[in-house]
Write a protein that binds this ligand. Structure first.
Ligand code: SME
Length: 161
């Protein structure tokens, strides 16, 4: 059993602990599914106020559901559609305070109010995206975005085929 422990009292410290844990869980493991599954579980346990945490993978130019925690979700998302598809097509993080105001948002769970999606790129290829959803509006701030970007950099070579 892996026990995630943190004594963090602020968000940057929490992200530092999450990144250390993610590094430890995925170091030396070449299986992308195992790594995504463990990191989804870690984010779900470590970050407060989420209703979904997981990955969509680039499978032949389309996003396909990967390992996650939360309710069953949409399986396939075209590049350019919704928050995840926009992050994938633009290779730019998408931090959305109110998903209902985001054109083309795909409501997998009507409880979702805000969302953070960060692309994972390795050697010039879009590998997958990290997707976090919250039932609270404005749940994600610049510190969450920075933490997720660091996580994406760490995971990129460990999720690449
Ligand atoms: N809301 C996302 C779809 C994925 S779910 O949130 C798990 C979107 O608009 O891309």
């Amino acid at each position: 059993m892996y026990d995630f422990k943190t004594t963090a009292t602020d968000k940057p410290a929490l992200w530092r602990d999450l990144l250390l844990a993610a590094d430890g869980l995925t170091a030396g493991e070449p299986d992308a599914v195992a790594n995504m599954a463990n990191v989804a579980a870690l984010l779900w346990e470590g970050l407060p106020d989420l209703n979904w945490a997981g990955f969509y993978r680039n499978v032949g130019g389309e996003l396909v559901l990967g390992p996650f925690q939360g309710r069953a979700a949409c399986i396939r998302i075209p590049f350019g559609k919704g928050v995840c598809g926009t992050a994938a097509a633009s290779r730019t993080p998408q931090r959305v305070d109110d998903v209902r105001a985001f054109p083309g948002h795909i409501a997998c769970d009507s409880a979702s109010a805000s969302e953070l999606v960060v692309p994972i790129v390795h050697n010039g290829a879009l590998i997958s995206v990290i997707d976090l959803d919250s039932p609270l509006e404005g749940r994600f701030d610049k510190e969450d975005e920075a933490g997720c970007l660091e996580l994406a950099r760490l995971l990129a070579p460990r999720l690449a085929p």
